[in-house]
Design a protein around this ligand. Structure first.
Ligand code: 5GP
Length: 131
């Protein structure tokens, strides 16, 4: 999939849309999710134009890849959740319900987060629908 430079996170990176910033460095920007799924729900995004983790792994430089993982740790530190713990995940593609086509890592924290995967549902394209 080609990268759409007008996706929401690209517009946040360009300063065209606001965000509640937590951390920023040369490689990444972290901000609070607009619709939090946990007491702490941050998004950490690379500054480069990558659709998802597969695009990032194939095309980002070693410095960008290292920079994004360091930014996740720095964001957790800034949020004060390092000691209690946190969960990081990224959605890629339809089965994972990726909505914004700029790579983003979700960072969840602030309470015990329960099992890693809770059930499942019908993907948007209707596959696996029970009759
Ligand atoms: P995805 O399903 O693509 O992994 O997650 C997209 C996330 O982006 C969702 O958790 C959604 O709440 C968040 N989001 C969508 N639009 C905005 C926005 O304009 N600002 C912020 N801060 N988060 C957004």
């Amino acid at each position: 999939m080609a990268y759409d430079p007008n996706n929401i996170f690209a517009r946040i990176l360009r300063g065209e849309l606001p965000c509640d910033k937590i951390h920023e460095d040369d490689f990444a920007l972290a901000f609070h999710d607009i619709n939090p799924q946990a007491p702490v729900h941050a998004l950490v995004i690379p500054k480069g134009a990558y659709v998802d983790m597969a695009d990032f792994a194939a095309n980002a430089s070693d410095a960008e890849i290292a920079g994004l993982s360091c930014a996740v740790a720095e964001t957790a530190r800034a949020l004060g959740v390092e000691e209690a713990g946190y969960r990081v995940l990224t959605n890629k593609g339809a089965d994972a319900h990726q909505e914004v086509m700029h790579l983003h890592l979700h960072l969840f924290a602030g309470r015990p987060l329960g099992p890693m995967l809770d059930g499942g549902d019908i993907p948007p394209d209707g596959r696996f629908k029970r009759e």
